[in-house]
Design a protein around this ligand. Structure first.
Ligand SMILES: [Mg+2]
Length: 373
């Protein structure tokens, strides 16, 4: 592969409705797209899921932009890689910056699959033509509003509902949901919102409302609190923010802190690491599934390709495009099938193309770096 140029773009898309979690409210999604162009004119795309403010993790769109500009591009020009492995190797010495690294790896993967005229999904070893998806529902104004919102998603075909919780938004909304829908599969995600001392509180409402999976209730470093919650629990304890690499996963497995692993390529430094971590978790008896970061169509297409891999066995937080965005930047948005699945695109690479006009409307700034001839 001869890489000719790398382009970084900052985009902004308004969300269909504000998305509130234990760490804040998002009204518009700001994100980066990275594209790599080969000397024969093919282009591969990746998405950096860092947010405008570093609230989910330390990374932000501005920081990711600076990392690519100041660190990745100069090193690339010094020792130009000739394949995906070289791209990963050149970024490896840099600490952290996993979301930025993931976006570049995604672009290189898409480009490589396009060059080989293969769908990225099959290139990963993905076998599914449709993937099961669930919906993640942000914090609402009242429990009744939440129940109505969930009802609408169930009607659309979503079969697994995950709701965001935080101290003060747990017992009442869960009670309202259980009253309205006694038998749906219910997951919760607290995004680290509870102090590690609240193991018993979390356990009591999770048991009472028959929650199937409790995701990251405690701070990312509080592995022993997660392990305490998991002991003899009738639900799975799922880790998201705590697991960022192989070491953090090993520690969580050793302590018994994880029965379910939420895999986000951006959080772990790329899809290749994501599959490796999912394999490791599965070998240790946990289950793995693909999480979501309110991706635009490019990141969504990567998540769909990743979720087609057989190592992922629970429905992902991937959702159709219209769950988050009124206007998608793709020519053909992802649409939910009646059975709660999304189709895995069969075209080359990630199998989707940008809609030039929608892309232009969302674009805020762009910079292209020449890498070679
Ligand atoms: Mg989460």
């Amino acid at each position: 592969m001869r890489y000719r140029s790398l382009t970084v773009e900052q985009l902004e898309l308004p969300l269909v409705e504000p998305f509130e979690t234990s760490f804040g409210v998002e009204l518009r999604r700001q994100f980066l797209l990275v594209s790599l162009r080969s000397s024969d004119g093919l282009v591969g795309w990746g998405e950096c899921v860092a947010t405008r403010e570093p609230l989910y993790s330390e990374e932000s769109t501005g920081g990711a932009w600076a990392f690519i500009h100041e660190n990745v591009v100069p090193r690339w020009r010094q020792r130009p890689p000739t394949a995906l492995k070289g791209v990963r190797d050149l970024m490896r010495p840099f600490r952290g910056n996993r979301m930025a690294k993931s976006a570049i790896e995604q672009a290189a993967l898409d480009l490589e699959a396009r060059a080989k005229r293969r769908a990225l999904s099959s290139w990963f070893g993905g076998r599914r033509r449709r993937i099961e998806v669930g919906v993640s529902v942000g914090i609402q104004s009242t429990p009744a509003a939440l129940a109505r919102r969930v009802g609408a998603y169930l009607e659309q075909g979503y079969r697994r509902i995950k709701i965001k919780v935080m101290p003060g938004w747990d017992v009442l909304p869960l009670a309202a949901l259980r009253r309205a829908y006694p038998s749906i599969e219910l997951w919760v995600d607290a995004n680290q919102g509870y102090p590690a001392s609240r193991v018993d509180t979390v356990r009591s409402w999770a048991e009472r409302y028959e929650i199937r999976q409790v995701e990251q209730p405690f701070p990312d470093r509080a592995l022993s609190a997660h392990a305490a919650l998991a002991r003899n629990a009738p639900f799975r304890v799922c880790l998201d923010e705590s697991v960022v690499d192989a070491d953090s996963l090993e520690e969580a497995l050793r302590l018994g802190a994880v029965q379910s692993l939420n895999v986000k390529a951006g959080r772990v430094g790329g899809p290749v690491a994501g599959i490796a971590l999912a394999r490791r978790a599965t070998r240790a008896g946990a289950v793995a599934w693909v999480g979501g970061m309110l991706e635009s169509g490019i990141g969504r297409a990567h998540s769909v390709a990743l979720a087609s891999h057989p190592v992922f066995t629970l429905p992902g937080d991937i959702s159709a495009s219209d769950r988050y965005y009124r206007e998608e930047i793709l020519e053909r948005p992802f649409v939910l099938n009646a059975d709660g699945t999304l189709d895995v695109p069969s075209g080359v690479g990630i199998g989707v193309e940008l809609d030039p006009r929608a892309h232009r409307r969302a674009l805020r700034r762009r910079k292209t770096y020449t890498l070679g001839r």
